[in-house]
Every structure is written in C-alpha cells, then in structure tokens.
Design a protein around this ligand. Sequence first.
Ligand SMILES: Cc1ncc(COP(=O)(O)O)c(C=O)c1O
Length: 463
Amino acid sequence: MGTMPEAGDHASMDRAHVLRPWTHFDSHAREKPFVVARGEGCRIWDAEGRGYIDAVGGLWCVNIGLGRREMAEAMAEQAERLAFSSTFVNMTNPPAAELAAKLAALAPEGLSRVHFTTGGSTAVDSAFRMAQFAQASMGRPGRRHVIARRHSYHGSTFASMSIGRRRGDRAPEFSYLERRVHHIHAPYLYRRPEGETEEGMTDRLVKEFEDKIDEVGEDNIAAFFAEPIQASGGVLVPPRDYLGRMKAVCEARGILFVADEVVCGFGRLGHWFASGDEYGVTPDIICCAKGITSGYQPLGAVIFHDRIWRAMAADKDRWYTSGFTYSGHPVACAAALKNIEIIEREGLLSRAVERGKLFMERLREISGLPLVGDVRGKGLMACLEFVADKETREPLPEEMDIGRRISDAAEARGVLVRPIAHLNVMSPALVISEDEIDRICSGLGEAVAEVADQLVRGGTRVA
Ligand SMILES: Cc1ncc(COP(=O)(O)O)c(C=O)c1O
C-alpha cells in the first residue's frame, strides 16, 4: 500500500495519482497544479483563498456562471427522486424526455430528434457514426469518410480526435483514424495570403472543398464537420457567407452538414445555436455539450433532422447500436433544463451580444500594444494572437511559449485567460459584468506590456 499525502493537500494527491487531460510530464514534475476550490459567477478562488476573474468560463462552458443555488437544488431534487436510470432500448426518464422536447423546440426547424451523450467528444463521435448510418439508410452505404478543417478541435475520443486537427494535439505514440478523415484549410482571416479579400478567401476555400470531394470521391463522403466559429483553434470567425456556401456544396453533393456547436451553442454567440441564427445555415446534425448544462453536469447531445430519423427508421427491423450508460442521465438532464430556464428568464442570449460588443471594444483598446498581432472574436468568444512583428505577422519562436508567459503574467494580476501556443483565448460566463470586463482587459494589457518589456530587455526583436 502507498502512503497517503496529508489530508487536505490536494495538490500532492493530484500529482501523486492523477494523469490530467493534456499532461506535460516535465511541467507536471516541476509545477504544482492550480487547485480551484470555489466559484461564484465569473470568480473562482484557489486553495489558498486567492481570487481570480475567470475569463475562460471554466473551459468555454460555464455560461450562467458558477455557484447558482437553484442549479444545486434542481440537481439535488432529481438525485433524491431518481439518481440514475438507463435509457437503453425501451426506457426513458422524465428529465431526459422533457429535455429532448425542449431541445427540439429551440433547435432550427426540422431538427426534432435528440440522441444524448456524455459530453462533446462523445457527441461528435456519435454524430460520425450517425452520418454513416444515415447515409447507408439513404441507399449510399459507401459514404463512410468525413471532411473537416485544420485548426479544429472536436474532442478526444478516437473518432473525434481524428476529426479534429490542431497542431500539437496528436501524439505520435497514439494512432488515429487516418484513412477516412480528410482535412481542408480553415477560414483563418488573419493568416490569409496578402492581398486576398474575404470574398476571395471564401471562394478559395469553397473550391478547395469541392476539389477535396472530387479527390476522395463524392460517393465516399458521409459528412462535413464544422464548428461555426473554430474555438480552440483560435476563435476563427469566418466570413459571413462562408458556412452557407459550404452548406450549399454539401447539399448539392449529398454530404451531411454536422455543426459542432459544443462551444458556440447555448448563448456564447447570443443564440441557442449559432449556425442557424448567426450564419443562416440549417445543419443536418448539431453536436452540443458544455453550455447545455453550463458545466454543472457532464452532458452532450446530437440533435438531428427528422429526415434522418425517417431514413434510419424506414427499415423497421434494424438496430441503432450506439449510446452510453449515462446517455440521458436524469440529474444531468435536470441540470440542463434548469440551466435553459435560467438563460431564458435572465435574457442571457441578448446579454451575451451586448457584453460581447463591450468586451471586443475593450480588447481592441489593447491592440496597439507590442506583440498583439490580432484581436478577434464574436459574442463572448475572443482571442489575442501574439506575433514578433505586427507588420509581417511573423510568429514568435514556439519555445518562447508566449501565450503561457502572458497568461501567467495575467494570472499574477488575478485574471485567468487560456494560453494555446501563441494565443490567449477567452470565453467568460454570459453574466460577466462591465467591471469584470474592464478588469480582464486592464489585467491582460498590463500582462502583455510586462512580457513585451521583458522580451525586449532580453534581446528579442519585437516590432
Ligand atoms: C468544438 C468542440 N467540440 C468538442 C469538444 C469536446 O467536448 P468534451 O471535452 O466535452 O468531450 C470541445 C471541447 O473543448 C470543443 O471545443
């Protein structure tokens, strides 16, 4: 038997026993973990009682803010009444059935069917299988491949990680689904070729999509997966008509359009679902998670068009063999129902739009600082991209870990932002106050100025 760390020493317990998601072994050996002990609204406190403004919203998910008593009560009541029941084959439970009906009411016209999962990765994984099943049901059994974009993150199960493609996410020690997944370029406006207009970029990407379909063979492709705004890839806001034009290609060529709204859904962009309300696209399948419960419980859902249901159900003597022990978990579904009620009651969709505008305005005020190459975002999703040279957009050397250096400097000022390589990304709760927005932006501005100063004094060229 091993020895137990001292009671209450959670950092030591974690380091001795936990393999965290995205563990960097050297940092794990050298650094204590950040133990988050308590949260309220957009604030969290660490184990030593230091307070921070959480500009990350947990992990793009705490849309209604932390510490809501009525969420705790709704979950407790459900846990007491019925903590678990299976939803396999012929069973359901009241919160799961009610939530499915509510999601169908909130989703774009026609998307009236819901398949519950346990989170975003399992939603994407399930949508991948659903696309294959649906295509086969429509008489196209050869359609088993998918097309997705670079700089995308779709989760970390085997299939969802294979569909995503961000630099640094793939460990050479793991294997991935290579043969059936194909990647095309992302709508990365800041890094488009010099002189290219937004329209020109969309034309180029639509052409690349069509060429890829021809290369793989139209009859082999089941689905196209796209986040409306690529979140972890660096908050890549596409040109207005990009998604609509990609959808038109899908329609013309029998490819299902899967919108990964794991981040963009449930208010982050001011809508229940962004693909329809923000970009005018009705997907065939929507994957959601995170904001569906605001992180109070793990839950995901695949919401899909009734047309797909009808095709799949046409052959009555067939089994749809996909799902999880915790699909439609009653406590998670009760949390989602209460979360949606709070978003509706407090008008948080319009609040996200209004606060998002203010947030972007304030962030743009620091765009004049050295290192800040681009400030981009929409609603309450934002990103700063750091560069060595603002004119040429030349990146800083990777080993400089600039995103982390700046986020550490912001953390020392009580502001948490999320470093991803040369980026800092932000997605605060939709209840963020004006004062908190000011504090995030001033803390971040000071952090950027401090790090730029250190770099210059250390002899790095910053232009
Ligand atoms: C767009 C997108 N899809 C899917 C996922 C995976 O969700 P989960 O971590 O809940 O499995 C994420 C997680 O960040 C995401 O950002």
